[in-house]
Ligand binder design. Structure first.
Ligand code: SF4
Length: 206
């Protein structure tokens, strides 16, 4: 049975920073990132392993998070992790919506979807099965391509997604030189897919 987290008014925050979305449909958009601590998915190539233990990150009230975020000019918020859906995000999204923020979520979808979002990036991982609640709500699927078998893994979700869901294949950073040519060939043959690049890494910004 799927675990549905309780509504909480404090969340473990690893970092809040102002940058530019580097990936997917909204690449190039300035946004405030809220990175929540805690993840039990266990991707071996994860580039934020320091996020995994939620106890390593101080708990912050939703009001305090709002206070920190409000000093930046952008009204676009990207909640990422870690795995943000380890926590019930209803209160966070309700509070930010009162102040007219555009709320984006980046998730592997392994927990029940909570919160009210303007954009949901679903990035499925082989290491833990996603919950079905994410499929029809996903605005985009962003599948990470580490090896050849990841193309089939990405395709395995397509039948469950909504018609409007944007589809991206993104090379895993350490394999990008090797896998990007395969992705380009793949999307040319399967043009409903697009390539997503981690442009923030090429730009050397967080
Ligand atoms: Fe890292 Fe994200 Fe995988 Fe969690 S789901 S291990 S944060 S890449």
């Amino acid at each position: 049975m799927i675990y549905i987290p309780k509504v909480v008014d404090e969340l473990p925050v690893m970092e809040i920073f102002y940058s530019v979305q580097g990936e997917g449909f909204h690449a190039g958009k300035p946004a405030v990132f809220i990175r929540l601590g805690g993840c039990d998915v266990g991707c071996h190539w994860c580039d934020v392993k320091e996020s995994w233990n939620e106890n390593d990150h101080p708990k912050m009230s939703v009001d305090k998070i709002l206070d920190q975020v409000s000093k930046y000019a952008s009204k676009t918020i990207i909640v990422t992790g870690g795995e943000p859906l380890m926590y019930n995000l209803e209160l966070l999204t309700r509070t930010f919506k009162k102040y007219n923020y555009q709320l984006h979520l980046e998730t592997s979808g392994v927990y029940e979807l909570t919160g009210n979002w303007d954009w949901i990036t679903f990035s499925p991982k082989k290491f833990k099965k996603p919950d079905a609640s994410i499929f029809k709500e996903a605005s985009e699927i962003k599948a990470i391509i580490f090896s050849q078998s990841d193309f089939d893994f990405a395709e395995s979700f397509v039948a469950y997604l909504g018609d409007e869901c944007c589809k991206y294949l993104q090379p895993e950073w350490s394999k990008s030189e090797q896998m990007t040519p395969f992705i380009i060939d793949y999307i040319k043959a399967q043009p409903s897919w697009n390539i997503s690049l981690q442009t923030h890494k090429y730009l050397n910004i967080p």
